[in-house]
Design a protein around this ligand. Sequence first.
Ligand code: GLN
Length: 252
Amino acid sequence: MEAALRLAHLYPKLMNLYGDRGNILCLRRRCQQRDIALAVDELELGEALDPAAYDLIFIGGAQDREQRRVAADLLGTKAEALHRAVEQGVVLLAVCGGYQLLGRHYRPAAGEELAGVGIFDAWTVHPGPTARRFIGNVVVRWQGATLVGFENHGGRTYLGPSARPLATVIAGFGNNGRDGSEGVVQGENAFGTYLHGSLLPKNPRFADHLIAQALRRRYGEVELSPLDDALEERAHAEAVRLATKKSIFLRR
Ligand code: GLN
């Protein structure tokens, strides 16, 4: 039997910073190499999400302006379906601006607070346009290994009691630059993170973690055949090197 998975990509046009779309390309390729058919539907503003139609859902990042439009649309056309999908075990990955909007609320640099979808027990506050932005390469510890990425956000995210961090910061800022946490895991299948870059091509273990979880839900226990990740591992190692290298000014 050939396995098949379906993915909903939310707002690919509005929410696509720093190559977030590369995450979809990566999932597609890693599935293809294992004879898993991955069908992708792109859902934009005004388009309803069928909670029973997907195995995976992805939303990328954007700046405050786009986020305001997307926040209203999420609440209007997709919030209830997102909750139902996540309750049913659909694997969700939300990056940066998307992560912020799937929390309880996001207070942007200016203007009114945006109500969030509330998938994540987390909230985000942007301290204002003059606040330091958290920009640069990030390395975090995740399940005994490292994840790498690039972050660029003004918002500071804090986790409530029912959420747990995805990872702990080794280099970079993560959720809020204070408590060493990066990202969120809600339940077993909803993941939020600030890592762009894109995230999955440089972190093949995490990509496989998502694919395996989606397959397990549909087909029962699965073991993914290993792929040749030599290039991916080199990109990962280079990102770790860049993120952890001390500035020449600090070294003196
Ligand atoms: N607008 C948000 C912030 O600056 C998210 C930016 C992003 O997605 N990179 O905090």
